[in-house]
Design a protein around this ligand. Structure first.
Ligand SMILES: O=c1[nH]cnc2c(CCNCC3CCCCC3)c3[nH]c(NCc4cccs4)nc3cc12
Length: 373
């Protein structure tokens, strides 16, 4: 096993790349989709099942874990990998994004953010330094800088103030992270939808120096067309020999479009969260299993799919257990969706390696009906 953190691009097709991120805890095949393990669990899944879907890396959640059971307790118990029985790479977010969307009574200053826990109302502070400390206590392999996700829409002046704050926090994150061989620190580009600000942010991050670079401030309501407009230029502003991580993306067609534009890593709650609501992603589009039309259907969700839900159960059964709110409903649809997302990533990696990404993408779009099927 390598003791270092490395990224090797093994093939390109247009702006798309496929490669491998080597870490002391294992390799990550890119482009990679990272399932979200919010409170030290990928909901409704055992770790070995998550691995069976093809995931090489999971996301851990600083905001939830710092509140409960606390990072110090997880450290005392041997770190997050041991705690949640996942011995492969973990990327943890900085906590900043979720404070803004989940916590109460937030106060944002140059120092950082103070807030009230949504669990018990206790008061907490997150700063770049505290975020680095928490992520180190958790033992994550890839640490995210503490940033502010600029809301959308923001006027140019607001976006600039936000980006410049995030860049000052990026430098403080870098300094607090220190030198931790085998661990990586990723910076996060901001600048909203303003090309000059995206360039300034990228230049600042490059000057500070990171092991990987995330594109933040997208998938926050701007819509796919606007997101793709920014992705026409933003990835190339970042060092090409380092992983590029598009945060919070996304639906399958968002993922395909992002990979075509040079993105290597993505995370999204969609496959797991929508699985729990009865939404199944298939190569033909989305199946809402709660719909009455499935109640007598003996066919699997997707006859081409090899996941346990599609191999062993009918749509009628999945409809029934979902309507009855049985726990197995969440298990089977989550497993299916994560399997589908990982199969999509494998298809993209193979297509890029074989120089046939354009054909893969047109086939991907041709198969999919709009709306529910
Ligand atoms: O600039 C950003 N900085 C930091 N984080 C961002 C995130 C969170 C990424 N997933 C974290 C996970 C950590 C573990 C728990 C789950 C999240 C984003 N998510 C989205 N869109 C998806 C969105 C999700 C919710 C509202 S928009 N845009 C994002 C932009 C930023």
């Amino acid at each position: 096993m390598t003791k270092k953190f490395n990224f090797d691009v093994t093939a390109t097709d247009g702006r798309a790349r496929t490669g491998v991120i080597s870490t002391p805890r294992g390799e990550i095949r890119t482009p990679a989709f990272m399932p979200v393990g919010t409170a030290a669990t990928v909901k409704a899944m055992l770790p070995e099942s998550v691995r069976a879907t093809g995931a090489d890396i999971l996301l851990g959640n600083t905001y939830h874990l710092m509140l409960r059971p606390t990072a110090e307790r997880i450290a005392r118990l041997g770190g997050l990998h041991r705690f949640m029985n996942w011995d492969r790479p973990i990327l943890t977010d900085s906590g900043g994004f979720q404070v803004m969307s989940l916590a109460g009574l937030r106060k944002l200053t140059e120092e950082g953010v103070t807030f009230k826990s949504h669990i018990d109302g206790s008061r907490h502070a997150l700063t770049p330094e505290r975020s680095m400390e928490i992520q180190a206590l958790l033992g994550s392999d890839i640490v995210m800088a503490f940033d502010e996700c600029t809301p959308f829409p923001s006027d140019e002046a607001t976006a600039r103030r936000s980006m410049e704050l995030s860049m000052r926090w990026a430098r403080r994150s870098r300094e607090a992270f220190g030198d931790r061989p085998g661990h990586a620190l990723f910076g996060i580009q901001q600048g909203s939808v303003y090309r000059d600000q995206r360039q300034e942010s990228a230049d600042k991050l490059r000057e500070i120096g990171f092991d990987g670079y995330a594109i933040g401030g997208l998938a926050v309501g701007e819509g796919q067309a606007t997101m793709f407009e920014v992705l026409e230029y933003a990835p190339a502003m970042l060092p090409e020999d380092r992983p590029r991580y598009l945060m919070g993306v996304g639906k399958p067609d968002d993922i395909v479009g992002a990979v075509e534009r040079g993105i290597d890593m993505m995370d999204c709650v969609l496959p797991s969260r929508s699985g729990r609501t009865g939404q199944a992603f298939t190569r033909f589009g989305v199946v809402n299993i709660r719909n009455a039309r499935h109640q007598d259907d003996p066919r699997p969700l997707d006859e081409h799919c090899t996941c346990p839900a599609c191999r062993n159960y009918s749509r009628a059964y999945l409809h029934h257990v979902n309507r009855a709110q049985e726990i197995i409903a969440s298990m089977l649809l989550t497993w299916h969706n994560l399997h589908y997302f990982q199969e999509l990533m494998q298809g993209l990696r193979d297509a890029i390696a074989e120089g046939r990404l354009a054909a893969f993408v047109s086939d991907f779009h041709a198969r999919r009906a709009e709306g529910d099927i």
